[in-house]
Design a protein around this ligand. Structure first.
Ligand SMILES: C[S@@+](CC[C@H](N)C(=O)[O-])C[C@H]1O[C@@H](n2cnc3c(N)ncnc32)[C@H](O)[C@@H]1O
Length: 258
C-alpha cells in the first residue's frame, strides 16, 4: 500500500473506523480510500460512496473488483445535492461519514455535512482527512525552486477555489454543521519521501491544469522541475504540505430531521 494510504488507514482507525461499520464516503475519486475503508469494515460492513465523476467511479469499481472487495456501492451525484439521492435509504443507516481531500473542494462544506446528518446514527462518527498548506512550505535550508513550486501549486488551487486551510478549518466546519468536535491530528508531508510524489513529479502531472489556469507556461514548469531536481539532497527536509485528520460525533441534542 502507498505510504500516503497507510497514513490514511492509521488515522481512520485511530478515529474509530472499525470492522462491521456501515460507512458513507464522500468524494471517493479513484477509490483508494474506498478500498481502505472496505478492508477495515470487512465482510460484515458496507460502504456507500458518493462521487460526481463517472470516470472516477468506473476506475474505482475496476480496482475494487481486482482486489475482490464486494461490500461497496457507488452513487454518482454532486455532494451539494446528495440528500435527494439518498431518499431511498433509511435515516440513521450509517455509523460514519468519511472522506479524504474532499471538503476542501466544497464551497460550503458545513452545509453538505449537515444535510447528510439525518442518515448518520446518533453518536455516529464524522472523520475527514484534509490537505492544508497554511504553515507550508517548511524548511531550514533555503530551497528557492521548491518554494516556487509550492507557490505555483498554491496559486492553481486558489484559482480553483480550493480551501487550502481546510485542515485548520475542520473543527469550525464540524461545529457549524451541528456536530460535536472531538479530536484533530496533523502530519507533515515531506517532499518525495517514501513513495510519495516529489514536488517535481507533481508539477509534471499538473502541467495541463497549471497551463489552462495561466499559472505557469509549460516551458517555465520544465525549467523549474530541472531546478528542483538539482536542489534535492538526500538529507534535505522540505515540508510541502500537511495532512490533517479530524473527528466529530453526531451527538445528543443535534437536530437532524430530513
Ligand atoms: C482530490 S480528489 C480525492 C479523492 C479521494 N477521496 C482520495 O483521497 O483519493 C477529490 C474528489 O472529490 C470529488 N468531488 C469534488 N467535489 C465534489 C462534489 N461537489 N460532488 C461530488 N464529488 C466531488 C472529485 O470528483 C474527486 O474525485
Amino acid at each position: 500500500m502507498k505510504r500516503s494510504n497507510l497514513t490514511t488507514e492509521r488515522l481512520f482507525k485511530a478515529a474509530g473506523i472499525s470492522e462491521g461499520m456501515t460507512i458513507l464516503e464522500l468524494g471517493s475519486g479513484p477509490g483508494e480510500v474506498t478500498e481502505i475503508l472496505s478492508e477495515i469494515v470487512g465482510s460484515t460492513g458496507n460502504i456507500l460512496a458518493i462521487e460526481r465523476s463517472k470516470e472516477m467511479i468506473s476506475s474505482a469499481q475496476k480496482s475494487l473488483e481486482k482486489s475482490g472487495n464486494s461490500n461497496v456501492r457507488f452513487i454518482q451525484a454532486d455532494l451539494n445535492d446528495a440528500p435527494k439521492h439518498l431518499k431511498n435509504i433509511d435515516l440513521s443507516s450509517f455509523d460514519a461519514v468519511v472522506g479524504r481531500r474532499v471538503l476542501m473542494y466544497l464551497p460550503k462544506p458545513d452545509k453538505v455535512l449537515s444535510s447528510l446528518l439525518p442518515w448518520l446514527r446518533q453518536n455516529g462518527l464524522v472523520v475527514f482527512e484534509e490537505y492544508d498548506s497554511t504553515i507550508c512550505p517548511g524548511l531550514v535550508t533555503a530551497m528557492p525552486a521548491h518554494e516556487k513550486g509550492v507557490s505555483l501549486l498554491g496559486k492553481m488551487l486558489s484559482k480553483e477555489g480550493v480551501d487550502q486551510s481546510m485542515g485548520f478549518n475542520l473543527p469550525a466546519t464540524f461545529s457549524k454543521a451541528g456536530l460535536k468536535f472531538e479530536a484533530i491530528w496533523a502530519e507533515a508531508v515531506i517532499d518525495g519521501q517514501g513513495d510519495q510524489y516529489t514536488l517535481g513529479e507533481l508539477l509534471e502531472l499538473l502541467k495541463p491544469r497549471l497551463g489552462s489556469l495561466n499559472v505557469a507556461a509549460t516551458s517555465e514548469i520544465d525549467e523549474l522541475i530541472t531546478e528542483i531536481k538539482m536542489e534535492r539532497e538526500p538529507t534535505a527536509v522540505f515540508v510541502s504540505g500537511m495532512r490533517f485528520c479530524a473527528k466529530a460525533i453526531n451527538g445528543e441534542g443535534c437536530d437532524n430531521e430530513a
